[in-house]
Design a protein around this ligand. Structure first.
Ligand code: 13P
Ligand code: SF4
Length: 446
């Protein structure tokens, strides 16, 4: 192994809390004091903010984790992971998303946001295996970008994303047909201004076949850090946008670009024409898929008002997956990377109230003791799918690699991968038209 390279902070909190402890302390809900493997035999998201969402029947399930990994102490697991990493050397790279628990992050070669991580893995040429401690769509993206001879491994197959699961390819194909029927135009036909009727835009938090859908239909992928640039790209090519699966990121970004709210109807996939009159579809600029993140929809305007009341001068930063009213009430809105930088770059001791996942907020607080950093939501629920990655699974997949076996490999079929790559490459080529303008008191989406 070469010297560990980190994209961002990796230091654990001075007084680290296991995710289960955090959840229990705050009465997050049933099962919060249980281990992730208790939830492996059932389809569902498990303890955390998404637990009330219904997981689709096709949600991948994790087989039984061998008993020794379930029964090992934290110190034993830590040692097994270190030993396996030592044996594997540069043949393996371990990636840790910002939302992962500290007991995972301590083993990561790279810590970062989803796209940074997928790209970071490419920089380790010798890596035959990329172990992605994150969620399913992230591992898929890594596989799309990886070399053919590299295996991408998700330590727990049940680590999906409840938001990504809210749009599937069948529903999107149906919506695509219904939208064009309402418009009375075939897909891809240029109007007098040289614009197609609809450009599909998928958030990175989506299955690979949705990225492929965008690739083959003139569309594009976005992340929470470049959504504005990507929407501008889309409006240069299309009359309107179908944005999936996160309605909030779509609405917040459309609003920043000046799209009136009445031209951003939601598209409810279970309803005919998404629950809209055909005229509403014709007038729309952005059709917002009815998806949401269960972690970020917990943040409220009242929490912001409370933070301002209790901490005069507090700097409120929320993720753009939060509802529009919350983004409007915050001082700033930005991606995980934006939030990290904002705290890291603050030169004066500052009080930050952050609206994003609890593991990241706690880690930021611990890494920057000169600041006060707290989560806006007093009931600190972790992301239930990020929670499914536990050191037991990481030790298992690494020891299997040592034994010459690849388990939990995430493979995107070649045709899907090629089309998804087209949409990702369009995203990389898209250039910002204008720099975001920060008017005093107004949020900026980055
Ligand atoms: P990033 O794309 O910033 O990694 O965020 C992923 C995510 O799941 C946010 O909820
Ligand atoms: Fe998905 Fe929300 Fe968890 Fe991110 S925080 S992985 S969007 S459920």
């Amino acid at each position: 192994m070469t010297e560990p390279v980190t994209l961002a902070l990796t230091s654990p909190p001075a007084d680290p809390l296991a995710v289960t402890d955090i959840a229990t302390a705050a009465q997050c809900g049933y099962g919060a004091d249980q281990d992730p493997w208790d939830f492996d035999p059932v389809i569902g998201y498990g303890p955390g903010a998404s637990m009330v969402d219904i997981a689709p029947s096709w949600t991948p399930m994790q087989g039984e984790l061998p008993a020794e990994y379930r029964e090992a102490s934290p110190d034993q697991l830590r040692q097994w992971i270190r030993d396996a990493r030592q044996t594997l050397g540069d043949r393996v790279v371990v990636l840790g998303h910002y939302y992962q628990r500290d007991e995972i992050v301590e083993h990561a070669d790279f810590v970062g946001d989803s796209f940074q991580l997928a790209r970071a893995a490419l920089s380790v040429e010798a890596a035959e295996a990329i172990v992605f401690c994150g969620v399913h769509f992230m591992a898929e993206t890594a596989d799309v970008l990886a070399r053919e001879d590299q295996a991408v491994i998700l330590p727990n197959l049940a680590a999906g994303c409840s938001m990504a699961d809210m749009a599937d390819i069948g529903e999107v194909e149906t919506a695509w047909a219904q939208i064009h029927e309402a418009l009375g135009i075939e897909p891809g036909i240029l109007d007098d201004d040289g614009l197609v009727p609809v450009i599909p835009v998928t958030y990175m938090n989506s299955a690979a076949d949705l990225k492929a859908f965008c690739g083959r239909n003139g569309g594009i992928v976005c992340t929470s850090s470049n959504a504005e640039t990507v929407l501008e790209w889309a409006f240069e090519r299309g009359r309107r946008v179908l944005f999936f699966p996160d309605q909030h990121l779509g609405r917040n970004t459309g609003k920043t670009l000046g799209v009136p709210l009445d031209q951003m109807p939601t598209w409810v996939p279970s309803l005919p024409c998404g629950g809209n009159e055909p005229q509403t579809v014709r007038d729309a600029r952005v059709l917002l898929w009815h998806g949401y993140c269960s972690v970020h929809k917990r943040f409220t305007v009242d929490q912001i008002l409370g933070a301002r009341g209790n901490h005069p001068g507090v700097r409120v930063i929320v993720h753009p997956e939060c509802p529009m009213a919350v983004v409007d009430a915050a001082d700033e809105a930005g991606s995980t990377e934006y939030i990290r930088k904002a705290v890291e770059e603050a030169t004066e001791p500052t009080t930050f109230a952050i609206g994003t996942e609890i593991n990241m907020v706690n880690r930021l607080g611990a890494a920057h003791p000169q600041h006060t950093v707290f989560c806006l939501d007093p009931v600190v629920c972790p992301c239930s799918t990020m929670y499914r990655i536990h050191p037991g699974y990481l030790a298992w997949v690494l020891e299997e690699l040592v034994a010459g076996r690849v388990v939990n490999q995430i493979t995107v079929p070649a045709d899907v991968s090629a089309q998804a790559r087209v949409a990702l490459e369009r995203m990389l080529a898209a250039q910002p038209k204008s720099k975001p303008i920060k008017a005093p008191g107004s949020p900026v989406i980055v």
